[in-house]
Design a binder for this molecule. Structure first.
Ligand code: HEM
Length: 378
């Protein structure tokens, strides 16, 4: 059985403890349906006996009046007017955290997750671990099957909310992150199925791109000297990403390399339906007809010339085909802003629903690679 922790107040004298009363039990239809589904119980009487048994255990940890009146079976958060917004936030904003303070046995957390809130973004907190453990008993779950982290403690205690410095490489957390619950780990098959992503989409692209970046530096000694000077002027041997991100010329060289030498030179799409693509500027076709739009039929293949767009003189100016990092330190031509892009007006990672998912990782690799070149003798 769970035991009271240091956050437990002193147990009141027996004369103040009002005995439990099964007549206080009473679920409405929604609560009854919710608990039956979550607990895997179909019978009303069995549900009642199960809840009453857990209540008795909880009352022996500490006789809170709310336990006596079955508050842990009341759906509260889901009945607030803002509840649909909570669910919307969980679905639409990546990483939005739902922190339930005073979560009791976790009934509202269970409800939000049952309604679609991402379980990996939910955190529960209350005074005592024992009540959370009883929540697992109540819902017939385990920390593996319901892996919501629980933080025991008193939220009104300033020490509990003490701001802490973010962890960095120089001041890492005192203990490594705990292993993921068994149920949320990737099995060998899942891990293997990620390999092609890293090898083909991730490795080939970045290694080709950084090779071209080295080529560009080798063929533009003035750029190389300027970049070396910026890197060697940095005061530390082991700069953090923040340090590197603050180096303007390095940033300009990375962007220019990705622009002038996009590792994926072109790609394509097959039209899923008939459509019309409007044109910014009219074109005259081989048939001599001037067109302001292009009609596309379902099944047509459309080539997407990434390299051409990245180096187009119309968009980037007369020097569009040259390797010139300085362009990023000045005002970019207005036309460049019309390029659909997920990174820096560049089409290198394309755009839209199937744009590159690894672009931040790739840019980080680009930012890191000139570091070792700066350590070589010139
Ligand atoms: C400089 C390096 C990279 C470049 C230039 C690049 C470029 C691209 C481009 C152009 C696409 C769209 C292809 C298409 O749909 O026709 C794409 C898709 C993708 N990229 Fe990257 N990529 C790079 C690095 C990475 C890395 C490091 C990863 C993962 C670790 C990655 C993972 C992916 C994945 C999974 C897709 C498919 C996305 C989807 O279809 O929804 N890429 N990449």
């Amino acid at each position: 059985m769970a035991t009271a922790t240091a956050t437990s107040p002193g147990v009141p004298p027996p004369r103040y403890i009002v005995p439990l009363d099964a007549d206080k039990y009473g679920l409405d239809d929604e609560e009854s349906a919710f608990f039956k589904k979550e607990m895997g119980i179909t019978d009303d009487e069995q549900l009642k006996q199960h809840i009453i048994a857990v209540q008795a255990e909880a009352f022996s940890i500490y006789p809170y009046p709310c336990i006596r009146r079955f508050a842990f079976t009341t759906l509260k958060i889901s009945r607030l007017p803002a509840y649909p917004n909570l669910l919307k936030l969980g679905k639409e904003r990546e990483g939005a955290i739902f922190l339930d303070i005073g979560c009791c046995f976790g009934n509202d957390v269970h409800k939000a997750i049952a309604d679609g809130y991402p379980i990996q973004n939910a955190i529960a907190s209350d005074l005592q671990q024992g009540f959370w453990d009883l929540g697992h008993k109540l819902f017939n779950t385990t920390p593996e099957t319901f892996p919501v982290p629980f933080i025991p403690g008193d939220i009104f205690n300033p020490a509990h909310l003490q701001p802490a410095e973010p962890f960095t490489a120089a001041s890492p957390p005192p203990a490594p992150a705990p292993d993921l619950a068994e149920s949320t780990r990737m099995d060998d098959r899942d891990v293997l199925s990620q390999v092609p992503t890293f090898l083909i989409a991730g490795h080939e692209t970045t290694s080709t791109g950084t090779s071209w970046a080295l080529f560009a530096l080798a063929t533009h000694p003035a750029v190389q000297t300027k970049l070396r000077a910026e890197l060697l002027g940095h005061s530390t041997e082991n700069p953090t990403m923040d340090d590197l991100n603050a180096l303007p010329y390095l940033d300009a060289v990375v962007r220019e390399s990705l622009r002038r030498y996009p590792p994926v030179q072109s790609t394509g799409r097959i039209a899923a339906e008939d459509t019309v693509i409007p044109l910014d500027k009219a074109v005259v076709g081989k048939d001599g007809i001037r067109r302001h739009e292009i009609r596309v039929s379902k099944g047509d293949w459309i080539g997407i010339p990434i390299h051409k767009l990245n180096t187009s003189k119309e968009l980037w100016g007369e020097d569009g085909a040259e390797f010139k990092p300085e362009r990023w330190l000045a005002e970019l031509p207005e036309a460049v802003h019309s390029i659909p892009s997920i990174y820096s007006n560049l089409f290198s990672f394309i755009s839209g629903a199937h744009a590159c998912i690894g672009y931040r990782f790739a840019v980080t690799e680009y930012i890191q690679f000139p570091l070792w070149t700066s350590k070589l003798d010139s």
